[in-house]
Design a protein around this ligand. Structure first.
Ligand code: GDP
Length: 324
């Protein structure tokens, strides 16, 4: 099933593991327009890192489809500083959710990877075939190793048992429901918050980590959720599939774009004591384009909607902190 044939979600029970996260919540929003039943489990109700309770929960709730969006995630600094959490929590989640899904006979499972699974110096744009062709970027190798293991588990279950488990590799995501922690967030949320606070404080300059030269590709999380639903319906293979926007720019240009969206007019100062990470991370998304999916949010409009969401949710609280 790649493109032509279709898995019908109508009437299916779809469990979104990690429904409070940025990706999981976007998948839940997107599934609302499908004729299916969405299942979620509150963290207090179920610890997905524990296999026995996860198995019992799946036995009781009998999903046909699982979207494995539960993960320990964070930006370049968090990845660097909490290697045990990023490696072990993610491995535990994968072992628990994927094994239990197999045990209860889940028909389709979508595992979420990341573009950081590809080698630091992979050929750009990075095709799926670049996997395991060279050393990883050291700042996020803990997370990358865990995600590679998850992808391999899906391949192994398909090979040994014929399970229809697929792996999807998103590029750098941004959008509604992101984490705005000043140290642990990814670059889009970090800069939205920092520029917003600088605007309120009339700060003459704002620091941007690294040299500003790394190149990154950004995709809106609602577009990504749409791609996940599309792939659940149209993609079945042991090969992972990339999902990118093709919107690539330097961190310096990205920072300028975010400053414009937020309305911050001060100076950007590059803090080269902070890591750059991998020099370039552009996905080759020709495979998903060939089977008929493309994003429909521009970076400018997506960032504007994200900033609005930030203002409506965390913004007020942050305003208070800045003013006090
Ligand atoms: P990465 O794409 O896996 O490296 O993860 P990030 O989203 O955390 O970082 C992307 C790039 O943005 C790196 O080159 C960082 O140096 C740069 N960057 C600039 N300012 C910030 C910031 O405030 N937070 C983060 N996380 N990254 C920043």
């Amino acid at each position: 099933m790649t493109g032509a044939s279709t898995y019908d979600l109508t009437g299916k029970r779809v469990f979104v593991a990690g429904h409070r996260g940025m990706v999981g919540s976007a998948v839940v929003r997107r599934l609302a327009s499908e004729n299916c039943t969405v299942l979620t489990a509150d963290r207090r109700e179920l610890d997905l890192t524990k296999e026995e309770p996860t198995l019992r929960w799946l036995e009781a709730n009998r999903p046909d489809v699982v979207v494995h969006a539960a993960a320990k995630v964070g930006g370049i600094a968090a990845n660097n500083n909490f290697p045990v959490d990023f490696l072990c929590d993610n491995l535990a989640l994968e072992l628990s959710v994927i094994r239990a899904s197999h045990a209860v006979g889940v028909r389709r499972l979508l595992f979420l990877g990341s573009s950081c699974i590809y080698p630091k110096h992979a050929k750009q744009p990075m095709a799926e075939s670049e996997l395991l062709t060279g050393p990883l970027e050291p700042t996020n190798e803990w997370y990358a190793i865990a995600k590679i293991a998850g992808l391999k588990m899906c391949q192994a279950y398909r090979r040994q048992f014929g399970d229809d488990f697929i792996s999807v590799m998103p590029t750098n995501l941004y959008g509604r429901g992101d984490n705005y922690h000043p140290d642990h967030s990814h670059v889009p949320a970090a800069l939205i918050r920092r520029f917003h606070e600088a605007k309120l404080a009339n700060a003459p300059s704002v620091s941007v980590w690294g040299t500003g030269t790394p190149l990154r590709e950004f995709l809106n999380v609602d577009d990504f959720a749409d791609a996940c639903v599309f792939l659940l319906k149209h993609y079945s293979s042991d090969l992972p599939i990339n999902v990118g926007s093709g919107d690539e720019l330097s961190i310096a240009d990205f920072a300028t774009t975010v400053a414009d969206v937020v309305g911050y007019r001060g100076k950007l100062v590059f803090d080269t004591s902070k890591p750059d990470g991998t020099p370039r991370k552009l996905l080759d998304s020709s495979k998903i384009r060939a089977i008929g999916w493309r994003p429909n949010t521009t970076l400018g409009s997506g960032l504007a909607a994200t900033y609005n969401d930030f203002l409506q949710s965390g913004g007020r609280r942050l305003d208070a902190i800045v003013r006090s």
